[in-house]
Design a protein around this ligand. Structure first.
Ligand code: BES
Ligand code: MN
Ligand code: MN
Length: 462
């Protein structure tokens, strides 16, 4: 793999322009208006996998958006790496906060990315990180250095909870057999501090609806006499956390994995500067559960957040109205041993019990997923670690992330595989936010590092 650096250097402009083409297609999985763009994106991914050297690429239909499957099998006796990624992206709203349109990629320099970053929805999450793997394959096949078999499973529903991927996996267990699953869909601690993600949080995503009177009412004629769903909903939400920001749902913490003092001390060694953290977000202080540091609050502790809340009059000017309904979307990030289905039930029961008789409450579960943690004393982790040592000149730090990739724990169960999370984004790349971007340096460094993982992993299996 010794010429990978020069290969990347030689082809970097093409690598960037090809990614830009992919970023122009609005593959928004949540919005059915973009169904055709989803198919166009899947087809583009298929073409790119074929060009990069896959022998077989298929667009596999599911009850939802299709999965792109690709493979290059060079020898059945060699180990097989399965790359998982997603070609779908989050909706770009609010559009007016973008400095350039989300599906018209532009390259701009930033303080963190002096070599330029590509600004577009999906640049970092996850088209950019997915495409690093396509280009790593191109390098290995064009230079005849692919040391093992490779499979790709690139789905189109990650951002909406991977609803049908479980179905796809159950139906393709044989086809998806592998020795390790490799994913680039996370971030690293800092550009000069490579890290391997060893944990992801689980998720339980709920939607609630509070109904009061059967129609919107004049807030003068009826105000003070009937329950206002927005007043009541906000009171109910406020009571879900106490003065220490502990979650008050009975049973919520029952199975939460507690880390030993030793593990917490190890976590605290990761480079982190709270002043900088606050400055980057323009906040005067951090906020969270009493008794835990910011790093802990964001990774090893469960949380509850309102993602959206609406109801009543929000147009221009003032309208005196007492609304009939109020709504909220509420998510809980979960940690190992919390069962998201159980937590969703606990939430539902508790939330219903909070409602005064003056209103009725409906609680629905959107989707969820289990948390994931992996040990670091295995061949796959060591292969990844050595790969970073080669290209960053530093041993990467294991890092538990606060984000979720719900399907990861299912991979482990259904395919009995180890999973390696080699992310090359930065937390400040604004994924899911306006002005999402991916540093060109990060993108190229990813392409350079991935082939060493293959080499090291294949060597370790001999
Ligand atoms: N790639 C992210 C998850 C992520 C990002 C993990 C950065 C660690 C670091 C993924 O695409 C994502 O956004 N997942 C969703 C869950 C899904 C069910 C919508 C999330 O975490 O909100
Ligand atoms: Mn992602
Ligand atoms: Mn995402």
């Amino acid at each position: 793999m010794d010429n990978v650096k020069s290969y990347v250097e030689e082809h970097k402009d093409r690598f960037v322009s090809e990614l830009i083409d992919l970023l122009k297609i609005p593959s928004i999985s949540a919005d059915s208006k973009f169904k055709n763009d989803m198919i166009t994106t899947a087809e583009a991914v298929k073409t790119e996998l074929e060009k990069a050297g896959c022998d077989l690429v298929e667009i596999c239909e599911t009850p939802g958006h299709p999965v792109v499957y690709g493979e290059k099998i060079i020898d059945k006796n060699l180990p097989t790496v399965l790359v998982y990624s997603h070609y779908d992206v989050q909706p770009p709203d609010p559009l007016d906060l973008w400095n350039s349109p989300p599906f018209e990629p532009v390259i701009k320099e930033t303080a963190l990315h002096p070599d330029g970053a590509i600004f577009a929805r999906g640049a970092c999450d996850d088209k950019g990180q997915m495409y690093m793997h396509v280009k790593a394959l191109e390098y290995m096949t064009k230079t005849n250095q692919l040391p093992c078999n490779i499979k790709f499973m690139i789905e189109g529903e990650e951002e909406v909870g991977s609803e049908h991927l479980g179905w796809f996996i159950e139906n393709n267990i044989e086809k998806l057999q592998n020795d390790v699953i490799l994913i680039s869909d996370t971030s690293m601690i800092a550009k000069d501090v490579p890290s391997i993600t060893t944990g992801l949080r689980g998720l339980s995503y709920m939607e609630v609806e509070v109904t009061g009177p059967n129609r919107d009412l004049h807030s003068g004629l009826y105000g003070g006499t009937v329950g206002n769903p927005i007043n009541i909903l906000t009171k109910m939400i406020a009571s879900l956390t106490d003065e220490n920001n502990h979650i008050t749902i009975p049973g919520f913490y029952d199975n939460v994995e507690e880390l030993s003092a030793e593990e917490r001390a190890k976590m605290a060694e990761a480079p982190y500067n709270e002043e900088e953290y606050k400055k980057k977000l323009d906040i005067n202080d951090v906020y969270g559960e009493a008794g835990f540091s910011t790093l802990e609050r964001g990774s090893i502790r469960p949380t509850l957040d309102v993602n959206g809340i609406w109801g009543g009059y929000i147009g221009e000017g003032a309208k005196t109205v007492l609304p009939s309904k109020a709504f909220a979307k509420i998510s809980m990030r979960l940690v190992p041993n919390q069962d998201w289905k159980e937590i969703s039930e606990l939430f539902k029961k508790h939330f219903e019990s909070l409602a005064p008789k003056a209103v009725t409450v409906k609680v629905n579960t959107h989707h969820g997923g289990y948390a994931y943690v992996t040990p670091i004393d295995n061949d796959a982790y060591k292969a990844a670690s050595k790969a970073y040592e080669k290209t960053f000149g530093k041993t990467p730090i294991p890092q538990r992330s606060g984000g979720s990739i719900p399907i990861v724990s299912l991979f482990e169960k259904a395919l009995k595989s180890k999973i390696i999370l080699m992310g090359f984004g930065q937390d400040t790349d604004a994924i899911h936010s306006p002005n999402e971007h991916f540093g060109i340096w990060n993108y190229l460094k990813g392409i350079e590092t991935i082939p060493y993982f293959y080499q090291n992993f294949a060597d370790s299996q001999k």
